[in-house]
Design a protein around this ligand. Structure first.
Ligand code: NAP
Length: 264
């Protein structure tokens, strides 16, 4: 199936590693021009080098910006060309007991996970409406509806993304622009890999044992009982970025291995 993505220009936030990098790879594979992002020039350059080897001849560039700094985002936005596809992927997570989460963490999580998508959408959405075509995809999480007790601040930001995405979709009525959210379940990204290694060392057990235990005790409703791969998430995002996905707008799309026990 031709996803008709050649000549579309996509910006993926937080894409030097993890799910974001897999999304960038998948969009490049389908012929899109892709702009990647990470916090530093060093990490952006390293990812660009890898992508240019994988996809010779493709239009790939990168803009460093840390979404916890409004100034960085302003600078990033000033460098953006016309964007057809915006993937709001950058996001941070950290397990912490509710009573140990200080105000600064609540605001930092909100700034990186929610304001990143708001600031980027504010920059590109008007031109999408004017051109009557565009895709904005928020990478939320199953944690938006299944708030993890070990990181309520993270869950709060992921629910907020759904509200912003749905609100923007309302503003896209009667146009060719769509705004949707994807809700991945636990996914073996770079960040999660580090989390697993830490648990393995702390408990003196192997990583497969950590994975088995995680799904048994922390995510027992998962039907897959394993971490998703970053490619599994990237495939779904690439589909919703495509002109072929024009029937879906304002939706929260689950990609969480059946973890959320709800039919709709
Ligand atoms: N992994 C999961 O289980 C899971 C499940 C559901 C939803 N999600 C969501 O999927 C998204 C990606 O998660 P992931 O697990 O792939 O994360 P990850 O592996 O930790 O991703 C790291 C990427 O995020 C970038 N990044 C981190 N902080 C940033 C900041 N302040 N500004 C700009 N870029 C930043 C890093 O860039 P540099 O290192 O180059 O700075 C790197 O490219 C997040 O929104 C997350 O909430 C993840």
């Amino acid at each position: 199936m031709d996803l008709q993505l050649s000549n579309k220009t996509a910006f993926v936030s937080g894409s030097t590693a993890g799910i974001g990098l897999a999304i960038a790879e998948s969009l490049l594979r389908e012929g899109a021009n892709v702009i990647i992002n990470g916090r530093s020039q060093r990490t952006v350059d390293a990812a660009l080098e890898q992508l240019r080897k994988q996809f010779p001849g493709s239009a790939i560039s990168g803009i460093p910006a840390d979404f916890s700094r409004a100034e960085d985002v302003k600078n990033l936005v000033s460098q953006l060309p016309v964007i057809d596809i915006l993937v709001n992927n950058a996001g941070i997570f950290e397990p912490k007991a509710f009573t140990d989460i200080p105000d600064e963490d609540w605001f930092r999580f909100f700034e990186v996970n929610v304001m990143s998508g708001i600031r980027l959408s504010r920059a590109v959405f008007p031109s999408m409406l004017e051109r009557n075509w565009g895709r904005i995809i928020f990478i939320s999480s199953e944690s938006a509806v299944f708030i993890p007790e070990e990181m309520i601040h993270y869950g709060m930001t992921k629910t907020a993304q759904l509200a912003v995405a749905r609100g923007l979709a309302e503003l896209s009525k009667n146009t060719g622009v769509t705004v949707n959210s994807i809700l991945p379940g636990p996914t073996r990204s770079q960040g999660v890999e580090t989390f697993l290694e830490d648990l393995s060392k702390a408990g003196n057990i192997t990583i497969p044992e950590v994975e088995k235990d995680f799904f048994k005790t922390m995510r027992p409703t998962s039907l897959l009982q394993r971490f998703l791969t970053v490619e599994e998430i990237a495939n779904i995002v690439t589909w919703y970025a495509s002109p072929l996905a024009s029937a879906t707008n304002g939706a929260s799309i689950r990609a969480e291995g059946g973890l959320v026990r709800s039919i709709l």
